[in-house]
Design a protein around this ligand. Structure first.
Ligand code: C2O
Length: 536
C-alpha cells in the first residue's frame, strides 16, 4: 500500500472541435482530463484547486469511499462546493475494488468537460483473472457542445422545458471523421499489432446518453464492468450508460488494415436525440493512413433487442476469489416509482416546469451539505421521511396521461441502520415518455438481481431474481417502460446520493439520498471531516 498524490488544477482552456474554438472548463488543461492510476489498497490524495469562476466539486464515481464520505464529491450532498480560488484535498483509500472507474465534476453541468478515467490495478503480484493483455488503453466516450453547457442548462431552467442536446459524441475527446468538420478536428487513432491483445477500458462520460460501442469486424470479450470482474463473454456491441465502465479484451486478429470504431446513441423513446455517431480508427501496423477504413453500421438508435441481450449476458464472476455476496434477505424492501411530471411555473417562460421525481418527491438540493448537517446535527436541512413506497399503486406503464400529476418537492432521505440490507425496485413509468434511467448509487455497489418490462408484480416478479451471480455494479438502467430490482448491504456509514445519471433528469429532481447510521464499533463509523472541507 502506498500513497498516490495528484494535483487537479481546474482551469479554462481553449479547445477546437466541430470547427469552433471556445474556452471550456478542464482539469490541468486536458480534455478528457488526466487518468488517475492507483492500486487496490492505495491511499489516494487528490488536491483540487479551483481556478475558474464556477463553484466546483469532483466525484470519484464508483469508489466506495468507505467511512470517507467527505471525499465523495456531490455538491450539497457530501460537501459544499469549492469556491473560485479555493482548494480541497480529497483523501481516500481504495479497498476491495480493481478495474476502471471515472471521476467527474458533480455540480451544475460541469461534468460535460470535467471528467477522466480512474484505473485501479490489482494489488502487486495479483494477476487479472484473464490472460494478461499486451497493452491497456483507456477509451472515454463523451459529448461535445458548441454552446456553453452552463448556458444550455440555465436556459432550460428558465424556460421550464428540456434543454438542447449536444452537438456530437466523442471518442477520447474527438467527434471523428463522420462529424461535420471531419478530419479538420483530428480524430482518435488506436494503433495495434497483429496477434496482440488489448485491454480496452471503456467509459461513458456523456451527460445524457447511453451509448453503443463497437469496432467494425471485431468481437470484444467483456471481462469487467464498474470495477467488478464479470464472467467473460464475447459480443460485437457493448452498451455503456453514463457513469458506467466496461473493460473488454480486443484481439488484433483480423487482416491488417483499418477499422472504424463507433459510439452511437441508444434511446428507445422518440424524443430529441443527438444521433451524430462518433468514430475513431483502429489502425494495424503495416497499413497506410490512405487505406480505406472498414465500416459496419452501428445498431439503430432504438435497438432495444441489442441492448437487452447485452445486459442479460452480464454476470458476476462469482468465483472463490471473487465471490458474489448477494444479500439473501432484505431488511428494507422499497418500491421507487421513477416518474416525470409537469407543474405550473409562473417564473418559467413556458408557464410550466418539467420535473422528475421518485415516489412523487422531486428532490431539492439543500444549501448546506447533507453529510455536514447529519454529522453536526443541524436541524431543518433535511427530513428522514423519504417514502419507501409510492403514494398510490396504479398501472405505471399503461396509457398514462400527464393530467393531474402534482409532484411535491422536498429534501428527504431514507434512513437505514449500519449493515442492514436494502432492496429497491425501480419502476419506470410512461408519464410524458417512457425512458431509460441509468441509476447510480454512491457509496456502494449493488447487485442488479432482475429486470422486466411492464409493471413490477410483487407476487410473480421475485421468482425471476438471480441471487447467485447477478451483475454487481454502481450504475444500472431502469429499462424504458419497465423495472429493475437491486440489492445492497448498507455497510458504509454516511449520506449517499442515488440518482439518474442522465444529467438532465438529475437537474429535474430524479434523485434522493440514503442516510446510513454509524455501526456500534469504532471502525463502523464515519470518520471526522477533514479540516479543509469547504463550507457553504
Ligand atoms: Cu457519476 Cu452522482 O455521479
Amino acid at each position: 500500500c502506498r500513497v498516490r498524490r495528484y494535483k487537479f488544477n481546474v482551469v479554462m482552456k481553449n479547445v477546437t472541435r466541430l470547427c469552433t474554438t471556445k474556452p471550456i472548463v478542464t482539469v490541468n488543461g486536458q480534455f478528457p482530463g488526466p487518468t488517475l492510476y492507483a492500486r487496490e489498497d492505495d491511499n489516494v490524495i487528490v488536491e483540487v484547486v479551483n481556478n475558474v469562476q464556477y463553484n466546483v466539486t469532483i466525484h470519484w464515481h464508483g469508489i466506495r469511499q468507505i467511512r470517507t464520505g467527505w471525499a465523495d464529491g456531490p455538491a450539497y450532498i457530501t460537501q459544499c462546493p469549492i469556491p473560485p480560488g479555493q482548494r480541497y484535498a480529497h483523501n481516500f483509500t481504495i479497498t476491495k475494488q480493481r478495474g476502471t472507474l471515472l471521476w467527474h465534476a458533480h455540480v451544475l453541468w460541469l461534468r460535460a468537460t470535467v471528467h477522466g478515467a480512474i484505473v485501479v490495478l490489482p494489488k502487486l503480484n495479483v494477476p487479472y483473472p484473464f490472460q494478461p493483455p499486451d497493452k491497456e488503453v483507456v477509451i472515454i466516450l463523451g459529448e461535445w457542445w458548441n454552446s456553453d453547457v452552463e448556458a444550455v442548462i440555465n436556459e432550460s431552467m428558465a424556460s421550464g422545458l428540456a434543454p438542447n442536446v449536444s452537438d456530437a459524441h466523442t471518442i477520447n475527446g474527438y467527434p471523428g471523421l463522420m462529424s461535420k468538420c471531419g478530419s479538420q478536428d483530428g480524430s482518435y487513432l488506436l494503433r495495434v499489432h497483429t496477434g496482440q491483445k488489448y485491454l480496452l477500458r471503456i467509459i461513458n462520460a456523456a451527460l445524457n446518453e447511453e451509448l453503443f460501442f463497437r469496432i467494425s469486424g471485431h468481437r470484444l470479450t467483456v471481462v469487467e464492468t464498474d470495477a467488478i470482474y464479470t464472467k467473460p463473454f464475447e459480443t460485437d456491441t457493448i452498451l455503456v450508460g453514463p457513469g458506467q465502465t466496461t473493460n473488454v479484451i480486443l484481439s488484433a486478429d483480423r487482416p491488417a488494415g483499418r477499422y472504424m470504431m463507433t459510439a452511437s446513441t441508444f434511446l428507445d423513446t422518440p424524443i430529441a436525440v443527438d444521433n451524430v455517431t462518433a468514430t475513431a480508427t483502429l489502425h494495424y501496423t503495416g497499413s497506410l493512413s490512405t487505406d480505406a477504413v472498414t465500416f459496419s453500421n452501428p445498431p439503430p438508435v432504438n435497438a432495444t433487442a441489442v441492448a437487452s441481450s447485452f445486459i442479460d449476458s452480464l454476470r458476476s464472476m462469482n468465483s472463490p476469489e471473487y465471490p458474489a455476496r448477494v444479500p439473501e434477505t432484505v431488511d428494507h424492501s422499497l418500491l421507487f416509482v421513477v416518474g416525470m411530471g409537469v407543474n405550473p411555473c409562473n417564473a418559467c417562460s413556458s408557464g410550466i416546469k418539467v420535473l422528475a421525481d421518485i415516489n412523487n418527491v422531486s428532490f431539492v438540493l439543500p444549501s448546506v451539505a447533507l453529510l455536514q448537517a447529519h454529522y453536526y446535527n443541524v436541524s431543518g436541512v433535511f427530513t428522514d421521511d423519504f417514502p419507501g413506497r409510492p403514494p398510490t399503486r396504479f398501472d405505471y406503464t399503461g396509457n398514462n396521461t400527464v393530467a393531474g400529476l402534482g409532484t411535491t418537492t422536498g429534501t428527504k432521505v431514507y434512513r437505514v441502520k449500519y449493515n442492514e440490507t436494502v432492496q429497491v425496485v425501480l419502476q419506470g413509468t410512461t408519464f410524458i415518455a417512457p425512458e431509460n434511467h441509468p441509476f447510480h448509487l454512491h457509496g456502494f455497489n449493488f447487485f442488479a438481481v432482475a429486470r422486466g418490462i411492464g409493471n413490477y408484480d410483487p407476487e410473480e416478479s421475485p421468482e425471476t431474481f438471480n441471487l447467485v451471480d447477478p451483475i454487481e455494479r454502481n450504475t444500472a438502467a431502469v429499462p424504458s417502460g419497465g423495472w429493475i430490482a437491486i440489492r445492497f448491504r448498507a455497510d458504509n456509514p454516511g449520506v449517499w446520493f442515488m440518482h439518474c445519471h442522465l444529467e438532465v433528469h438529475t437537474t429535474w429532481g430524479l434523485k434522493m439520498a440514503f442516510l446510513v447510521d454509524n455501526g456500534e464499533d469504532p471502525d463502523q463509523s464515519l470518520m471526522p471531516p477533514p479540516s479543509d472541507l469547504p463550507t457553504c
